[in-house]
Design a binder for this molecule. Structure first.
Ligand code: AP5
Ligand code: MG
Length: 248
């Protein structure tokens, strides 16, 4: 079992602190991961986090963690968010932004950060820019992962996720050592509710309409780094590190 940070400050919010804390990096990397549902953002975020020491900040993981809360502990906005998510629709910008603002300490993390699944609309990207300006922080790059749709569908249908630490597996291409059990924390592996075909279709449409325009937004700011998501996770990681190296 590994001792990677549990991301409690991000997943739980409030006064929760990560254990162990992320190590301070000499040059913390502050990156955004863009790409269609299932392209492999979470998988790359996990690998990049091990390499760069930066923390994976996934907005989807926060909503999924909130599902475990007792229904009376959920705010109306959070209950509505979980409903949107189940259907494959985007959660309203205001709900997402409230959640990120509450966790602004994670943007200041001395290990750096890997934003995974946020921002997802131009309004969210503008709000992030504003938040980073206030904190006197800058993005180093926005990684945009591309893959043909048929390969994405096969990645989504075989995905399994740890109910505990949220690590991501695939029944064929990235199986756990012991079937159904997480290599990292020993938690049980589950299939995500929004990986049903009808929700996947809605998620792809939302991506095309609301998130794909972000590539232009970041290209105009000279931050966009396009990376092919073909091949094994390790090959994509190497391609990403090379592309980031070329940026500096
Ligand atoms: P979110 O959790 O962000 O999901 P997503 O963007 O749909 O992306 P996924 O997590 O499905 O895919 P991924 O790219 O991370 O791929 P993965 O690495 O798992 O959001 C979920 C929902 O939350 C949204 O629909 C929305 O409702 C809500 N939400 C979240 N953020 C929001 C926001 N900012 N605004 C509004 N709403 C928001 O890989 C997929 C599979 O492929 C895995 O099984 C993996 O093992 C396998 N795999 C990965 N890489 C490879 C490879 N190279 N070769 C073979 N298999 C691979
Ligand atoms: Mg993901």
């Amino acid at each position: 079992m590994s001792t990677k940070p549990d991301r409690a400050a991000w997943l739980k919010g409030g006064t929760a602190a990560c254990s162990p804390q992320a190590e301070k990096q000499a040059r913390p990397q502050r990156l955004v991961l863009l790409g269609a549902p299932g392209v492999g953002k979470g998988t790359q975020a996990e690998l990049l986090s091990q390499r760069l020491g930066a923390c994976q900040l996934s907005t989807g993981d926060v909503f999924r963690a909130a599902k475990a809360l007792n229904p009376c502990e959920r705010t109306p906005a959070l209950s509505a968010a979980l409903d949107f998510m189940r259907q494959g629709k985007l959660v309203p910008d205001e709900t997402v932004l409230d959640m990120v603002r509450e966790r602004v300490g994670c943007l200041r993390c001395e290990g750096g950060f890997l934003l995974d699944g946020f921002p997802r609309t131009v309004a969210q990207a503008e709000a992030l820019e504003h938040l980073l300006q206030q904190e006197k922080l800058q993005l180093d790059a926005v990684l945009s992962y591309d893959l043909p749709i048929e390969k994405i569908v096969s990645r989504l249908s075989g995905r399994r996720t740890c109910a505990g630490c949220k690590a991501v597996y695939h029944v064929e291409t990235r199986p756990p050592k012991k079937p159904g059990v997480c290599d990292h924390c020993g938690g049980g592996l589950i299939q995500r509710e929004d990986d049903r075909p009808e929700s996947v279709r809605v998620r792809m449409e939302a991506y095309e309409k609301s998130t794909a325009p972000l590539a232009d937004y970041y290209r105009q700011r000279n931050l966009l780094v396009s990376v092919s998501a073909e091949g094994t996770p390790e090959e994509i990681l190497q391609r990403t590190l090379k592309a980031l190296g070329g940026q500096r």
